[in-house]
Design a protein around this ligand. Structure first.
Ligand SMILES: *Cc1c(COP(=O)(O)O)cnc(C)c1O
Length: 390
C-alpha cells in the first residue's frame, strides 16, 4: 500500500490504514480526496461528541486566546471548575489530572500502593488485575494489562501484579488478600473485545476489597464519559468503586486524563507525592468543561439510549438472519461488538472502501464505538453496509 511522503520519519509502531483525514464534523470525516466516511471508532472512543463539536471548538479557541499553560504550582480556574463538576456528578470527591489513560492508571496504581503502605505496611502492594484487560502502554500499565502480546520483549515487568480470569469469583476470593492494595478492572473490557463483567463478579470484588481494606479501581478510560448511556459506566453496575480512571473522551480530542477518588483515599497523595507538568492545564480543562456542558444537558443521554437501542436491535437482527455466522453480540450503550465465528481479516478494509470506519480485533471482533451524537440515519447506513459486507 502506498505510504504518504515523510512516513519514514515517524516511528513504525502502528500498522496504519492508507488514509489521511483532512477534516471532521459530527460523525463524519473527509479524506484529502474529499471522500466522506462515517466514523464508528470516534478516534478510539475519544470524540464521543463527534468531530469538532462547536461547543468544544469555541471553548478551546477562547481559552487559547486567554491562557494556555501555567503549571500546577499555581491554581488553575478551569481545573478547579472541572474537578468540582466531576465530583458533583460522581461518587468521588477529588481529581488528579494527567494527560492520558495510561497516566491515569499509573496514578491509580501509585495511589493504591501509597495507601497500602501507609495503612497496612510495606508488604501491601499487590495489584489484582484481569486476564484480557487493557490499561495502556507504560510499564506498570502493560503489567496490569492481562495480555502477553503487549508485554513481550519489555521484561522485566513491574513486580507485584496478580492476574485472574474475568468473572471468576472463586479466583478473586483466593487472589485478594492481606497484600492486596487494589483490584483494577474495566467494567466492560474494551480493547479485549467488549466483554462486560457480570454484576455478581463486580459485587464480589466489592465485598472482597472491603473485607481486606483494598481499593477497587474502575478503569473507565474507554467506557466512561457517556459511552454506556450514563456519564460513568459504574452507574450501570451494582457497585461503586473507590477510584475511577478517565481519559479518552474527557477532552473530546484534547489530551487530558483524570483519576477520581474519595477524599479518604486521595488523602494518601500529599504534596510532592505525584505530579504532572501538563496535567489539568487551562486548555485541556476548558475542553473537558465544554464536554460536560454538552453531556449534562437534560436530553443528552436520551439520545444515547435511543441510538444504542437502535444499533443493538439492528445487530441482533443481522445475527438472527445469519445462523452460525455470529458467535455473540455484546456491549452496553454505544460500545457494542459483533464477534464472528470465523475470522474476517479484511472486514475493516472493506468497510473503509464503503465509507465506514470500524475497529476489528483478533480478526473477528467488530468493535463499534460511534460518536454519541450519531444519527439514526447514520446507524441505518452502517447496518446496511454490514448486511452487504459480512
Ligand atoms: C485506551 C485505554 C487506556 C490507555 O489510554 P492512553 O490514553 O492510550 O494511554 C487505558 N485503559 C483503557 C481501558 C483504555 O481503553
Amino acid at each position: 500500500m502506498q505510504q504518504p511522503a515523510n512516513a519514514n520519519f515517524v516511528a513504525n509502531t502502528y500498522s496504519r490504514f492508507p488514509l489521511t483525514f483532512e477534516k471532521g464534523q459530527g460523525a463524519r470525516l473527509w479524506d484529502k480526496e474529499g471522500r466522506e466516511y462515517i466514523d464508528f471508532t470516534s478516534g478510539i472512543a475519544v470524540c464521543n461528541l463527534g468531530h469538532c463539536h462547536p461547543q468544544v471548538v469555541q471553548a478551546i479557541k477562547k481559552q487559547a486566546e486567554t491562557l494556555i499553560h501555567t503549571s500546577n504550582l499555581y491554581w488553575i480556574e478551569e481545573q478547579l471548575r472541572l474537578a468540582k463538576r466531576l465530583a458533583e456528578h460522581s461518587f468521588a470527591d477529588q481529581a488528579f489530572f494527567c494527560n492520558s489513560g495510561a497516566e491515569s492508571v499509573e496514578a491509580a496504581i501509585k495511589l493504591a500502593r501509597k495507601r497500602g503502605h501507609e495503612l497496612r505496611g510495606p508488604n501491601c502492594y499487590d495489584i489484582v488485575c484481569l486476564e484480557g484487560a487493557f490499561h495502556g502502554r507504560t510499564l506498570a500499565a502493560i503489567t496490569a494489562t492481562g495480555q502477553p502480546q503487549y508485554q513481550r520483549g519489555f521484561e522485566p515487568l513491574v513486580p507485584g501484579f496478580t492476574h485472574i480470569p474475568p468473572n471468576d469469583i472463586y479466583a478473586a476470593e483466593l487472589a485478594i488478600g492481606r497484600r492486596t492494595a487494589a483490584v483494577i478492572v474495566e467494567p466492560i473490557q474494551g480493547e479485549g473485545g467488549v466483554r462486560p463483567l457480570s454484576d455478581d463478579f463486580l459485587s464480589a470484588l466489592r465485598t472482597f476489597c472491603d473485607k481486606q481494606n483494598a481499593i477497587l479501581i474502575f478503569d473507565e478510560v474507554q467506557v466512561g464519559m457517556g459511552r454506556t448511556g450514563s456519564l460513568f459506566a459504574y452507574e450501570q453496575t451494582p457497585v461503586v468503586p473507590d477510584v475511577i480512571c478517565l481519559a479518552k473522551a474527557l477532552g473530546n480530542g484534547v489530551p487530558i486524563g483524570a483519576m477520581l477518588a474519595k477524599q479518604e483515599v486521595m488523602k494518601h497523595f500529599g504534596p510532592g507525592s505525584h505530579a504532572s507538568t501538563f496535567g489539568g492545564n487551562p486548555l485541556s480543562c476548558a475542553a473537558a468543561n465544554a464536554v460536560l456542558d454538552v453531556m449534562l444537558a437534560s436530553d443528552f443521554f436520551e439520545h444515547v439510549k435511543a441510538m444504542a437501542d437502535y444499533l443493538r436491535a439492528g445487530l441482533e437482527k443481522f445475527s438472527a438472519n445469519r445462523p452460525g455466522k455470529v458467535a455473540e453480540i455484546r456491549g452496553r450503550g454505544l460500545i457494542q461488538a459483533v464477534e464472528f465465528v470465523e475470522p474476517l481479516p479484511d472486514l475493516a478494509l472493506k468497510f473503509m472502501e464503503k465509507g465506514f470506519l470500524v475497529l476489528l480485533g483478533h480478526e473477528k471482533i467488530l468493535r463499534l464505538l460511534p460518536p454519541l451524537i450519531i444519527s439514526q440515519e447514520e446507524i441505518k447506513a452502517f447496518l446496511e453496509a454490514l448486511e452487504e459486507l459480512a
